[in-house]
Ligand binder design. Structure first.
Ligand code: 1GP
Length: 250
């Protein structure tokens, strides 16, 4: 169970590394190579999805991962069209930084019957967009305004509300390809205000930033975009994140 893994890791102070794969962009040999690197680096989980998928490759992508390794796969869906029972779990995102009812409850209603019979582990996730310095696909597609990058108070009150509503993960996301990733200051403010495991992603491009985010209080670090152009970065980022973990051998 992916959620249990995250909770247990948090209890021990271990930091987890998630590789985000956009099934439109990483295919064929590139996908196989990324999976091999992920296995070598003891990657903790794959997230699969994107704000807008146009190529209908979601199932094939997940199948390729499942046939190649035992790293768990979670759906990270941009919409209710991005569902697959080939994954292990789904981050069922409620976009609580926004005020678009479709992404707070509408898409979930559409997805509910499929999810009910899918056998997927459902992980209700408080999804909080932070301004990443450029208009990202997720802010455009979701028709929501991200929280300004320097407004830690808004982010932490949003995270607290998400926790009070019973959501099981808090995901602070600057959006894929963000120019400015979520600041350590914001990560630290949010992580000290909630007990819920904290996922951080969007624009992380260096092992140093991943390390700093883990030290600031992120429990799971997500990297996607940077690996599309520099797959070998995966090894360095994984090592930096796992070096923060008291119980992991690096
Ligand atoms: C995006 O947090 C993820 O939703 C990962 O972002 O692709 O910029 O690494 P990147």
């Amino acid at each position: 169970m992916i959620y249990q893994t995250i909770v247990e890791a948090k209890k021990k102070g271990d930091k987890l590394f998630a590789v985000l794969i956009d099934p439109d962009k990483t295919t064929g040999d590139d996908l196989s190579k990324l999976i091999d690197l992920a296995v070598t680096a003891s990657t903790d989980m794959f997230l699969v999805g994107g704000s807008l998928l146009v190529q209908n490759r979601l199932n094939d992508c997940i199948q390729c991962i499942k046939e190649s390794c035992s790293i768990p796969v979670s759906l990270f869906p941009g919409s209710s069209l991005q569902l697959s029972d080939k994954a292990d779990s789904i981050f069922l995102l409620s976009l609580i930084s926004g005020r678009n009812p479709d992404l707070l409850i509408g898409q979930h209603v559409i997805a509910a019957p499929f999810l009910k019979q899918s056998g997927l582990e459902i992980i209700p996730t408080a999804y909080i967009l932070i301004d990443g310095g450029v208009p990202t696909s997720v802010s455009y597609m979701s028709n929501t305004t991200p929280i300004p990058a320097n407004k830690e108070d808004i982010a932490l009150c949003t995270a607290m509300a998400g926790e009070m509503l019973g959501l099981k993960l808090i995901y602070l996301d600057a959006g894929s390809g963000a120019r400015i990733p979520v600041s350590e200051r914001m990560i630290s403010s949010v992580s000290s205000a909630v007990n819920t495991p904290l996922i951080v992603g969007g624009g992380i491009r260096t092992p140093e930033k991943a390390y700093a985010d883990a030290r600031a209080g992120a429990d799971v670090l997500v990297v996607g975009n940077a690996l599309e152009s520099s797959p070998a970065l995966l090894l360095e980022v994984a090592s930096a994140i796992h070096s923060c973990s008291p119980t992991k051998v690096n």
